[in-house]
Ligand binder design. Structure first.
Ligand code: NAD
Length: 255
């Protein structure tokens, strides 16, 4: 018996590293999936690999209200309701000092990473309420609890979603909706390859070594390790957890 048998889960950013690992784990635990991303080819490739009959894919921009509304409606129309939302889509933005940081990049990162999560909550919460409750997990970051020089848009957005998470947890509790956030330190995905190149364009491998050296466990997380945290929070194993920040940082926050 799977830990998500009979549950319908929507995952945003599903074509990316953490989203795809979460989709695989959720499918193996019996969930029915609505996979959302702006990368249609990535979604199609994932759906083929998953080979799970009760899966739909939705190409969408999470920062567009009508897109997020359509995704939640699609899950309800296809499967009769929604029980779990993993609000995970995100971008890293630029890594530049304040004088050089482009204003349009700041706006873009906030639109996707912060407003995109709010839109997900806006449409998913009423759907979960109709089912008598459910679980929402927001992918924040270690950058949601600590600063990072040069990551202006990213740090602001990842701190911002903690406020959304806490507000949603308070507003949703009476309807049986639990809301939590996960906070990974670097994970082995495309996003870190991009940040390593931005940190040291001449030697991204050196940046990779430097990031690893800062971690007490001496490595990045694997996306599958983050997916296991998602599963805990999405399933009834976390039935008394809501309104909380869950670190998955290899000890980085301890120092
Ligand atoms: N990789 C890390 O080190 C790390 C650490 C902490 C937190 N995170 C967070 O984890 C989440 C997943 O990141 P990842 O590491 O899997 O990176 P990724 O780049 O592999 O995946 C991100 C996915 O989000 C999608 N996406 C981006 N903008 C979108 C939009 N407007 N609408 C719909 N989809 C959109 C991308 O197409 C991509 O598939 C992000 O929120 C990220 O900030 C990542």
């Amino acid at each position: 018996m799977g830990r998500l048998d009979g549950r319908v889960a929507l995952i945003t950013g599903a074509a990316g590293g953490i989203g795809a690992a979460t989709a695989h784990l959720f499918a193996s635990e019996g969930a029915t999936l609505c996979l959302v991303d702006r990368d249609q080819a990535g979604l199609d490739a994932l759906a083929q690999k998953l080979n799970a009959p009760r899966t739909i894919v939705q190409t969408a921009d999470v920062s567009a209200s009508e897109d997020m509304h359509a995704c939640v409606d699609a899950a309800i129309n296809a499967f009769g309701g929604l029980d779990i939302a993993i609000l995970n889509a995100g971008i890293e933005g630029e890594l530049l000092p304040i004088g050089a940081y482009p204003e349009d990049d700041f706006d873009r990162v906030i639109a996707i990473n912060l407003k995109g999560v709010w839109l997900g909550l806006r449409y998913a919460m009423p759907a979960l309420e109709t089912r008598g409750g459910g679980s929402i997990v927001i992918t924040s970051s270690i950058a949601g609890v600590r600063g990072r020089a040069g990551m202006w848009g990213y740090v602001a957005s990842k701190h911002g979603v903690v406020g959304l998470m806490r507000t949603a947890a308070l507003e949703g509790a009476a309807s049986g909706i639990r809301v939590n956030s996960v906070h990974p330190s670097p994970v082995e995905t495309r996003m870190m390859r991009s940040l390593e190149s931005k940190m040291n364009p001449d030697d991204p491998e050196g940046a990779y070594r430097a990031y690893r050296k800062r971690s007490p466990l001496g490595r990045y997380a694997e996306p599958e390790e983050v997916a296991k945290m998602m599963l805990f929070l999405a399933s009834d194993d976390s039935s008394h957890c809501t309104g909380s920040t869950f670190m998955i940082d290899g000890g980085r926050g301890a120092g």
